[in-house]
Design a protein around this ligand. Structure first.
Ligand SMILES: NC(=O)c1ccc[n+]([C@@H]2O[C@H](COP(=O)([O-])OP(=O)(O)OC[C@H]3O[C@@H](n4cnc5c(N)ncnc54)[C@H](OP(=O)(O)O)[C@@H]3O)[C@@H](O)[C@H]2O)c1
Length: 338
């Protein structure tokens, strides 16, 4: 059994915690929380030991008369791997994890240089094997790498361009906007997303630009990729269909927007409405010469959950990418092509 601790129990940490608890080869030792709020109370109700990462958090728990399981050192003394899901505090915590000799998984808000390996399961699982630390890339980068990695494998990709309409905030981030604006993200081009994809696929020619829109559910990417050869639309669709963690949806089946994708997740009973897959609108897949065009939806809160579970297995060694991804997908209810 791989003993896992999670530092930070917010949007990402809570999802990774639940996913870890579903794995037969992992045990969740505990999570850390700064605030003794309802989320900490629910974790405790679920039987998850809640630790405090620093003296400030311990004092807050004591003041609120909420029990905690001990400090971060205690958690680290009991785990094999720690998943850091703090708000970009990886540089502060990495030496702490290293001092305890613990392997660590960081998130996409960190710099690539923090670990030297930016991870997406289906692109570079093997490169993470046995490493002390890896960075699971951001939601947008994960989706672009799944898509472009698949197209590259199927046909070759000589050029990729993408325009990202980004959700302005996660649903519970009440202090963030915009409320009624489209924000250039940033106004100088290109955006950082292309270089981030290159942290996983260094030889890919990719340029991106991004805007932020008043939406909390998902991001929507408009992607154009120049493919090798001249595959037909049907060949591209078949390639996407056999790619793990991709989901094809159709407008004529009622998927008119990101809102219906989240509604689908609600209807099928996904926890927290989570959509782990990169979502491609089937009818948007269009070939013009050797260029393919398409729309791709990304549920920012959920898409990196399976990658975190795989990253834990990768750094521990002893698993193939295929075995880990199949196991993760089965536990999360993600269709996995044979
Ligand atoms: N949100 C997304 O859509 C998304 C998608 C992909 C990747 N990411 C990346 O994932 C990482 C985490 O983002 P998030 O959205 O999950 O953040 P979040 O919702 O703000 O959660 C952060 C967690 O870290 C805890 N925390 C705050 N200060 C801390 C400290 N000094 N020491 C230890 N823990 C501390 C918070 O505790 P309290 O709950 O007690 O305040 C909270 O549980 C970032 O690198 C982000 O870029 C986020």
């Amino acid at each position: 059994m791989i003993r896992v601790g999670i530092n930070g129990y917010g949007t990402i940490g809570r999802r990774v915690a639940d996913a870890v608890m579903l794995q037969d080869d992992m045990v969740l030792v505990g999570v850390t929380k700064m605030k003794p709020d309802y989320r900490a109370a629910i974790a405790a109700q679920k039987g998850i030991p809640v630790y405090t990462p620093n003296a400030e958090a311990a004092a807050a728990f004591e003041k609120a008369r909420m029990a905690h399981a001990g400090d971060l050192s205690k958690l680290l003394s009991e785990v094999d791997v720690v998943v850091d899901a703090t708000p970009e505090l990886g540089a502060e915590y990495k030496p702490v994890f290293a001092k305890h000799g613990r392997k660590a998984i960081f998130q996409g808000g960190e710099e690539h240089e923090l670990t030297g390996l930016s991870f997406v399961s289906q692109v570079n699982f093997d490169a993470a094997k046995g490493r002390d630390a890896v960075r699971v890339v951001s939601c947008n980068t994960t989706a672009l790498c799944r898509l472009l990695g698949s197209l590259r494998q199927g046909f070759g990709v000589s050029k990729a361009r993408a325009v990202l309409a980004r959700r302005a905030a996660d649903p519970d981030e009440i202090s963030k906007g915009p409320i009624d604006a489209i924000v250039l993200d940033p106004s100088s081009l290109p955006s950082h997303h292309g270089p981030d994809v290159q942290s996983v696929m260094p030889d890919l020619d990719i340029t991106t630009m991004a805007i932020k829109v008043p939406e909390t559910h998902m991001h929507l990417h408009s992607v154009i990729a120049t493919l090798g050869g001249k595959p037909t639309r049907e060949q591209v669709l078949e390639q996407l269909q056999r790619t793990p963690r991709m989901m094809l949806v159709e407008g004529k089946a009622g998927f008119k927007s990101t809102a219906q994708v989240i509604d689908w997740a609600r209807e099928v009973g996904r926890p927290r409405n989570d959509v782990y897959e990169a979502v491609i609108w089937r009818e948007s897949v269009t070939m013009v010469g050797n260029e393919v065009y398409m729309f791709m939806g990304v549920h920012q809160e959920a898409i990196v959950t399976p990658e975190n579970v795989d990253a834990i297995r990768a750094v521990c060694g002893g698993y193939s990418a295929g075995d880990s991804m199949r196991t993760t997908d089965a536990t999360l209810g993600i269709r996995h092509p044979a």
